[in-house]
Ligand binder design. Sequence first.
Ligand code: FAD
Length: 452
Amino acid sequence: GYSKKKQLDVVVVGAGLVGSLEAVYLAKRGHRVRLYEFREDIRKTPTARGRSINLALSVRGRRALRDVGLEAHMVKEHGIPMTGRRIHRTDGSTYAIPYDANTKQSIYSVGRNYLNGLLLQESEKYENVERYFNHKLIEANLKKGSLTFLKTDTNETVHVTADLIIGADGAFSAVRKAMTKRPFFDFSQKYIEHGYLELCIPPDDNGGFQMPPNFLHIWPRGEFMMIALPNQDCSWTVTLFMPFTKFKNLDTEEKLLAFFEKYFPDSIPLIGRKKLIEDFFAESPSPLVAIKCRPYHVEDKALLIGDAAHAVVPFYGQGMNAGFEDCTLLDELFQKHNDSLAEILTEFSETRWEDTFAVSDLAMYNYIEMRDLVTRTSYRLRKAMDDFIFWLLPNFWVPLYNSVTFSTMPYSQCIKNREWQDKILKRTLSFAGLALVIGGAVSFKIKYYGLY
Ligand code: FAD
């Protein structure tokens, strides 16, 4: 017979990208959701600076947005497709390395505040979601499901209890902090030596883009790099990633300009000399931290998702995408276990960490690829080989970047897949042998399927 499902009372801490999305997922399931956020409503302070201004959205994030009905809008109306990397040499010449030469998929540059605002707006369509801004979590008893917030505008404290607490409060999560006292909670935090600083290339005089827009531009310089992602208003957000010691040395206008003239000369007229100096000295570089922890849950009461569970360095463009994927997987577990929290949280904890640890390692690796390896012949040879075999055997050989960015293959599987490919390439060795196999496959493919 028919039995009415229990409506769970859920508190989500943090209305950033992941918390806002999770609120919508839960609302769709009919649960009561209260969303608590430390800052003001981001829609009222459109210039508020959080982390990066724009981000790369790829397949995992898109899948989650599709589930809540926002993918088409984000990708078609707002996202700017980036078909590949555009590498800037020091002499100002550039060349493109497509992300996906075969199936021509793109990643999308999206505005962080825009996406966050859109998710909050979507949550307003559900009567079962309440939003509380200017509420900072200051104390938690997770086992009891009780939380204490400080209202930052009035200095009052508010006590709240819930069936389930979801910590989506970012890399420095207060919910996670409450977990660290529990036995068997493993936690590690790693700051890298590099920090980042954001600059801006404004639109040209006609309000258009000053560089070809459908690329992620990179100025790889070995130990450091600069990148640029396009914005809706035809400006570019430029991010300089560099060791803090190097930032520190650039302490005068002369040193800054000399540095840019040596390493990024073509960017100076694009940014503008005056603006470069102003923006560079207006803010100090921000640190980058990677966090790994487990388990993500406390009994049937609390769960960490997004950066609170697994902050990663930004070099694979996967932080938000992985956080959004958390929400998708969690939703599948709500379905699978029919809202039974103990089972849902346990399975999430037990199955998710391996993949988030994997994406964290991939992100660390990709920094070296982006700032250094991309310029090397060995890298370009390997990529050419990868792309070629991928073209021949698209279901059999998916290159690492494609599996991470354009598929929903579990991240740990992406790494295993790559290890397996490395082995094959090494073993199938005898170059002649490989050439024969490929040559045979090419002529077979051309004979039966034509060139493309
Ligand atoms: P956050 O975005 O940090 O949101 C957490 C929210 O919790 C915030 O609103 C905060 O105010 C709130 N909060 C914190 N403490 C409390 C408290 N005590 N009480 C109440 N609320 C609280 N990812 C990509 O996928 N693609 C990219 O291209 C990309 N580029 C990046 C570039 C840079 C420079 C950086 C730093 C990150 C990048 N990321 C990227 C990663 C991405 O920014 C994060 O993974 C994403 O923001 C995580 O979302 P979140 O909601 O988990 O955490």
